[in-house]
Design a protein around this ligand. Structure first.
Ligand SMILES: Nc1nc2c(ncn2[C@@H]2O[C@H](COP(=O)(O)OP(=O)(O)OP(=O)(O)O)[C@@H](O)[C@H]2O)c(=O)[nH]1
Ligand SMILES: [Mg+2]
Length: 430
């Protein structure tokens, strides 16, 4: 089947000025870190950064987001530096984008647009490309301007044939909008067909234990996935190396088998169009029995990245799924300070280096314990003064029944052998 929509812009910009805005409620270092990430995204997109600038403002200017004075400053700068794009680390309204493009006479891209652009470049499979197309089209619809005339060159067939053709009395803009709307419909339909296949695949796996790797982009999910599965999915020092999920069997130390999935990384302000479009791919996350939240603890923004990931999980309604924190890249830590703070917040986190293999055996044991087919049913009589034992049963085992009698709690439960010792004094029979 032909592509419905070519997600790669035909003439992407090559030299960009990056603009960050420090709003009243933000700290300067947060704005700087975020701009640093925007630089990485820009470079990942193959665009050279010729200048970076931050403007402090109480709130966004409704016309340009930045102040008029700043716009005046930018005019000569664009020319001097031979820049062909301005990239904002914020989400601009369609009107702001239009106004900036008009006065600066250059392409204006916001953070969402840039993320979509990177996704478009990196999408390889048919499903990923369709998902990115859908997100891009939804994003483009309210933003169509004269600058989007390249739309006419984007259409590459797929039933509609060629680019938009202007109807009688129709303006260029109306025509573009009509064309985009029609393509949204087509891409949706094509996606549904692909998703149907995915549902069949998933149904075939429904009996198995499913574990999904989630985390911020570049945290090391794919590196860990490769290490645990012996696979060689792409893992590299670029944002959004992974866009498609891959699932493989993994044997745990106590002989259970799980299905491990590697998934797309998250980022701060992940465009909601993308989350919506990637719903099917992200089903791997939503349907997991356990999430391994992989964190790059050597990153200065590790804590903010954890928050960003949790926000996306909320968006996906996946907060009820049990989650194990996995602190990766411990080989790369310059100081222990940040780690200490994070460890106090997540005392159960596993410390690993997917590169060197540190902590991997312990992580596998923990997974194995978690999914152990638990031995014989136990009967226990736990005095009320020993409530802790009941907590242990709930934490490490399965409580089948708990009856609160006058002097003790009568419990029927299952417990992995290695934890039996801690409750053995309460055993009645087994
Ligand atoms: N120093 C160090 N680097 C690591 C470790 N694990 C992964 N990396 C590096 O971190 C970079 C990103 O790794 P990936 O495995 O691609 O990260 P990811 O989470 O899959 O990233 P996306 O697919 O973009 O979401 C690569 O350059 C890896 O070599 C580690 O334990 N230590
Ligand atoms: Mg990856």
């Amino acid at each position: 089947m032909q592509e419905l929509y070519d997600t790669r812009a035909p003439n992407p910009p090559s030299r960009a000025i990056l603009i960050g805005v420090k709003l009243r409620n933000n700290l300067m270092h947060e704005t700087e870190e975020s701009l640093q990430e925007l630089r990485q995204l820009t470079e990942t997109a193959g665009i050279e950064v010729v200048c970076e600038t931050i403007q402090p403002r109480n709130m966004p200017n409704p016309t340009y987001f930045i102040g008029e004075g700043k716009v005046e400053e930018l005019k000569p700068l664009v020319e001097e530096l031979d820049a062909d794009a301005i990239i904002f680390d914020e989400e601009l309204s369609p009107a702001q984008t239009r106004n900036l493009e008009r006065v600066l006479d250059t392409v204006t891209i916001d953070r969402t647009g840039l993320i979509l652009h990177v996704f478009a470049q990196r999408a390889l499979t048919k499903e990923a490309r369709l998902q990115v197309s859908l997100a891009q089209l939804e994003y483009a619809l309210p933003r169509l301007t004269r600058m989007w005339t390249h739309l006419s060159r984007l259409a590459t067939g797929g039933g509609g044939g060629g680019g938009p053709i202007r109807g009688p009395g129709e303006t260029q803009l109306e025509m573009d909008r009509r064309w985009v709307r029609r393509n949204i419909g087509r891409v949706r339909k094509a996606l549904q067909a692909v998703e149907k296949q995915r549902t069949v695949q998933r149904r075939n796996r429904s009996e198995k234990i499913k574990v999904s790797l989630v985390g911020y982009t570049n945290a090391g999910k794919s590196t860990l996935f490769n290490l645990l599965t012996g696979e060689s999915v792409l893992a590299e020092d670029k944002l959004f190396a992974t866009l498609d999920s891959t699932t493989r069997k993994v044997d745990l130390p106590q002989k259970q088998q799980i299905l491990l999935s590697d998934t797309v990384g998250f980022i701060k302000k992940l465009p909601h169009q993308l989350v919506a479009a990637f719903k099917a791919t992200l089903e791997e996350v939503v349907e997991a029995d356990l999430l391994l939240h992989v964190v790059d603890v050597s990153h200065t923004e590790a804590e903010a990245q954890i928050t960003a990931v949790n926000e996306v999980l909320e968006d996906l309604d996946a907060t009820d799924i049990p989650m194990l924190m996995v602190f990766n890249k411990i080989d790369n830590l310059q100081t222990e300070d940040g780690l200490q703070i994070l460890r106090s917040q997540y005392p159960d986190a596993h410390l690993i280096s997917a590169h060197r293999g540190d902590g991997i055996a312990a992580l596998m044991e923990a997974l194995s314990d978690r999914f152990i087919e638990i031995g014989p049913d136990l009967s226990l009589s736990i005095p009320y003064t020993d409530g802790k034992a009941l907590d242990l049963l709930y934490k490490h085992g399965t409580v089948l029944n708990a009856e609160y009698t006058a002097d003790a709690i009568q419990v029927k439960a299952r417990m992995p052998n290695r934890y039996l010792k801690s409750v053995s004094e309460f055993l009645v029979s087994s």
